[in-house]
Design a protein around this ligand. Structure first.
Ligand SMILES: [Zn+2]
Length: 324
C-alpha cells in the first residue's frame, strides 16, 4: 500500500487496512478488491468493464490528489499519478502497461515522477516482443490460411486481448463470432468509441451469427477448456477447427494450440527500461510477483531499483528527501 496523508491506498490488490483501492484495469488478477471495497479508484471504462464482463458493481470513490494516466494496456487501463505525496514529491504507479500502441485502446502517456512503482510482469531481458505490426501480419497470414481449411478458434481474456483480436480481424474484413462475456465487454468498448464488428449468439440478434456460421469463421472465446469447445464446434459444423492463442506468454511457454502468436499488451524488459527512462524518477520500485528478479535485472542495466514493500514505502519520502 501507499500512504497519502492519512489515507492508505492499495495497488491492484485487496489489502487489510486500505482506505481506498486502486484498480488499474479490468483484468481479473488486478480486481481482487472489486467486490468488497467501499472506495474503488478506477477509470469509468474499468468500472464499466468490471460490471459488464464480470458482473461486479464497484463502489467508486473520486479520490483527491490522484490523476489517472493511460497505460496503453487495454481500454480504461491507467497509471496512478500523484503530484504531491508530501514535500512536493511526485509518484507514479504503472499498473500493467506497454510502450507499443494497441489496436483497441489509447497509447500510454508518460510523465515525470520522483518515485516510479513499476510493474514486473516480464523481468527477463531475453524476452523481446516484436513490433505489433509484425505480429499482426503473421496473424493475418496464418488465419487466412487456416480459414481456407476450416474454423479458427482463438482463446482470449474476455477484456483486452479479445477486443484487440476483433480489431485485427476487422482490419482484414473478418467479422468474428465471440462468446458471451466478450460480447458484453465489447459493448463497453463501443460505448467508448472503439468500433468493433462482431457477432454473438447471445445478443438476441442471431441472424449475423447464423449467416457467418454457415461458412468457415473465426471464433473468439474466453474458455479455459479449448479442447472441448473445439471438439464441439468440429462435431456441430463437421469442419476442421484450428485452435490459436495470442499472448506474450507464448514467448515463455509452449501451449497446446495449433497456432500461437506473441501478441502482448505488456511491456517487455526493454520497454520497461524505456518507461523508466521516460519517467526519469529518482527512485524505482518494482511491483508484482517478479519484483525481486526485475530489480536484479534492472541493476544489470545500470538502473537502481528496489522491490516494493510497505515498510520501505513508509520511509519512501524520507529517502527521496535525503536524495535531494
Ligand atoms: Zn492486465
Amino acid at each position: 500500500m501507499i500512504r497519502l496523508g492519512n489515507c492508505n491506498v492499495s495497488l491492484d490488490r485487496k489489502e487489510k487496512g486500505s482506505d481506498m483501492d486502486f484498480i488499474s484495469h479490468a483484468h481479473s488478477d488486478h480486481m481482487s478488491a472489486a467486490k468488497s471495497s467501499r472506495a474503488v479508484l478506477a477509470s469509468d471504462e474499468t468500472a464499466e468493464l468490471i460490471d459488464a464482463a464480470y458482473g461486479i458493481e464497484v463502489s467508486r470513490h473520486e479520490g483527491i490528489g490522484f490523476e489517472l494516466l493511460d497505460s496503453g494496456h487495454m481500454l480504461g487501463a491507467k497509471q496512478l499519478y500523484i503530484r504531491d505525496m508530501g514535500w512536493g514529491t511526485s509518484m507514479v504507479y504503472s499498473g500493467d502497461f506497454q510502450m507499443q500502441s494497441s489496436y483497441a485502446c489509447p497509447r500510454i502517456r508518460t510523465r515525470h515522477a520522483d518515485i516510479a512503482i513499476v510493474d514486473s510482469t516480464y523481468p527477463y531481458p531475453e524476452v523481446v516482443f516484436e513490433p505489433h505490426e509484425a505480429v499482426r501480419e503473421d496473424i493475418e497470414r496464418r488465419v487466412d490460411w487456416a480459414l481456407s481449411r476450416g474454423i479458427v478458434l482463438f482463446t482470449a481474456f474476455r477484456t483486452g486481448k479479445a477486443q484487440e483480436l476483433i480489431a485485427i480481424m476487422n482490419g482484414i474484413g473478418i467479422v468474428p463470432i465471440v462468446s458471451r462475456h466478450i460480447s458484453e465487454a465489447n459493448r463497453v468498448y463501443r460505448e467508448h468509441g472503439v468500433m468493433l464488428d462482431y457477432a454473438s449468439a447471445y445478443e438476441g440478434d442471431t441472424t449475423d451469427f447464423e449467416r457467418l456460421a454457415r461458412h468457415n469463421f473465426v471464433g473468439i472465446a474466453d474458455t479455459r477448456d479449448m479442447r472441448r469447445l473445439a471438439a464441439r464446434l468440429a462435431s456441430i459444423h463437421g469442419r476442421k477447427v484450428t485452435t490459436a492463442i495470442a499472448s506474450g506468454l507464448t514467448k515463455e511457454f509452449r501451449f497446446d494450440y495449433d497456432m500461437q502468436f506473441p501478441l502482448s499488451s505488456h511491456a517487455d524488459f526493454r520497454q520497461t527500461v524505456q518507461y523508466i527512462e521516460r519517467v526519469n524518477p529518482e527512485m524505482v520500485m518494482t511491483y508484482g510477483k517478479e519484483k525481486e528478479l526485475m530489480a536484479l535485472n534492472l541493476a544489470g542495466f545500470g538502473i537502481e531499483a528496489k522491490p516494493f514493500t510497505d515498510i520501505e514505502n513508509a520511509n519512501l519520502l524520507n529517502i527521496v528527501a535525503l536524495n535531494r
